[in-house]
Design a protein around this ligand. Structure first.
Ligand code: NAD
Length: 233
């Protein structure tokens, strides 16, 4: 059976990485958090950049391990994993990197917004820890950011096109741990349903696409996804 999975931050909360909009999410804890991941604020204000690097430094993703849901999805033969996450846990769980489409990039890489020079988030954090407040590009002095897609930035068109194809091709589309409020990621659900896929939504809270689903599962993802995957193989 051809399966495509869209995952959001909710699949990684049981690995210890907080989501944004869930009951224990970052946005309930820190009303200013959204600015740290919004392109215009980031580019305009060196203090937002410093706080954004510190937020990355303190993110549990550096030590997090994949959980039972990441592992169960990795064991699905030939599934496409389209993820909104930037934590690399699908690949670490064993999903082949060429079957993982990172819609919003990856938090461990960094790049210069002016010249495109690649570096790493670790290097920028080390420079902050060594006393720099706004580590600029070594090549051109431009603003450096994580290789993630911030709010206000466009998705990589190649990755998005492959994700749309994966949504169109599948027989079953699973939406796991996403509030389905971030576009264009959430619209993949509609693409899949329009192309005839069966839709299963796994999320603790309701989503705007639940009415399109053949099944909505509110159970914790770490238990629900392995159960669901064993029914698909
Ligand atoms: P979100 O925070 O908007 O929604 C997560 C959803 O998952 C919530 O509705 C929550 O109720 C549900 N959830 C959380 N833990 C759950 C569990 N154990 N079982 C069942 N449901 C659970 O996340 P989003 O839709 O992915 O949007 C946030 C954006 O921020 C993403 O696009 C992503 O780029 C980024 N982000 C990534 C990470 C990460 O990489 N791990 C973490 C936070 C945010």
């Amino acid at each position: 059976m051809r399966v495509t999975v869209l995952t959001g931050a909710g699949i990684s909360t049981e690995s210890g990485i907080p989501d944004y909009r869930g009951p224990n999410g970052m946005w309930r804890r820190d009303p200013d958090h959204e600015k740290l991941v919004t392109y215009d604020y980031y580019m305009a204000d060196p203090e937002i950049r410093r706080r954004s690097w510190l937020m990355r430094r303190d993110n549990p993703a550096w030590e997090a391990e994949p959980n039972a849901a990441h592992r169960a999805l990795a064991a699905l033969p030939d599934a496409w994993i389209v993820t909104q996450n930037v934590d690399g846990l699908h690949q670490r769980a064993g999903s082949p990197p060429e079957r993982v489409l990172e819609l919003h990039g990856n938090m461990f890489g960094a790049l210069c917004t002016a010249c495109g020079a690649r570096s790493t988030t670790r290097e920028a954090i080390d420079r902050i820890d060594a006393g720099e407040s706004d580590p600029a590009c070594h090549e051109c002095g431009g603003v450096v950011k994580t290789a993630t897609v911030m709010f206000g930035q466009s998705l990589d068109p190649v990755v998005l096109t492959r994700a749309v194809e994966a949504a169109e091709e599948c027989e079953v589309f699973l939406a796991v741990g996403s509030s389905l409020r971030v576009q264009p990621a959430a619209s993949l659900v509609e693409v899949a349903v329009r192309a005839g896929a069966r839709l299963v939504v796994v999320n603790a809270e309701p989503t705007p696409y639940d009415h399109l689903a053949d099944e909505v599962i509110h159970d914790p993802i770490g238990a629900a996804v392995p159960r669901l995957c064993s029914s698909l193989t």
